[in-house]
Design a protein around this ligand. Structure first.
Ligand code: GUN
Length: 292
């Protein structure tokens, strides 16, 4: 018997339905949430992600403005773009798509976004609030989406041994904080490139969140029978047998599905939840800024 599917597409629809009434309430007060997305350069995957974010905005009646900057844009020009979006009272949320061109200081750009418009939840103020256990603000979208998916499946994480693979500021670190936060109450280990015996940590885990960007790194023999598996990875692997020349796969090999109790598909698992949480943060930012 295979794992129960943690279906991000279905769950994201629920998030969107719940947002509709909040967006209507904002409309009655004369305001429409407005997300500005800045994309620098022509990374193909980033363009696909940004297009998905725009489509979600269209579905929900959230205004979106996309600012496309060429790959040779200077750091100062990106900062100036952020400054002008900060000052634009009509813009509720600002997102600068990562990765930025090589050598550009992403943290300095994140620092510049006003915390109340930081719908990615990456600003030190928002991450600091998360460290303090204040979960009512703008939370990083992918980890928040994973928590929503687990909650929607009514999985009780209390006391579970959770292993987070990856320590990125976008996913791994905030994911570990959310899993360990009061209310979720998992016991969390963060595994990274310098960890010894990664396999043993995984094998001992009740819940694995894989966010390393390494195709099919987590093998069946790494997984305890009945574990919950969340695969954040979405990797392009060359495959000449497919017209487009590549296939998509996660950080977890598909065969794990026969061992796990619950598992996210790739694609259609965490990806749609990230976008749903971005929409949720944009609505929340609009509510915080526009309603008394
Ligand atoms: N690149 C990959 N994921 C993300 C994300 O959640 N936010 C931004 N800004 N860039 C990303």
């Amino acid at each position: 018997m295979g794992a129960n599917r943690l279906d991000g597409k279905v769950c994201a629809k629920k998030v969107e339905s719940a947002l509709n009434s909040r967006i209507r309430t904002l409309a009655e007060a004369g305001s429409q949430p407005h997300l500005a997305v800045v994309i620098v350069g022509d990374d193909p995957a980033s363009h696909v992600y940004v297009r998905s974010k725009e489509r979600a905005c269209e579905r929900l009646g959230i205004r979106s403005t996309r600012i496309d900057l060429p790959a040779d844009t200077s750091f100062h020009e990106v900062l100036e773009t952020v400054n002008s979006l900060n000052q634009d009272s009509d813009v509720d949320g600002i997102l600068v798509q990562s990765p930025l061109p090589r050598g550009m200081d992403e943290l300095a750009i994140t620092d510049r976004i006003l915390p109340e418009k930081d719908v990615d939840g990456f600003h030190p103020v928002n991450l600091g609030r998360l460290v303090q256990g204040r979960l009512d603000g703008l939370l990083p979208c992918t980890p928040a989406g994973v928590m929503y998916l687990l909650k929607d499946a009514e999985l009780d994480l209390t006391g579970l041994k959770a292993v987070v693979l990856g320590r990125s500021r976008i996913v791994g670190m905030p994911m570990a904080l959310l899993l360990a936060a009061r209310g979720a109450d998992a016991t969390v280990t963060v595994v990274h490139s310098r960890t010894t015996n990664i396999k043993d940590h995984c094998r001992d885990a009740d819940l694995i969140v894989a966010a390393v960007g390494r195709p099919e790194m987590v093998r069946s023999e790494w997984v305890k029978p009945g574990a919950i598996i969340v695969d954040v990875g979405i990797n392009r692997v060359d495959d000449s047998s497919i017209d487009r020349g590549y296939r998509l796969c996660g950080d977890v090999e598909e065969e794990v599905e026969s061992i796990a109790s619950y598992m996210t598909p790739v694609p259609g698992g965490v990806g749609p939840m990230t976008i749903a949480m971005l929409m949720s943060n944009t609505v929340r930012a609009a509510e915080m800024r526009k309603t008394p």
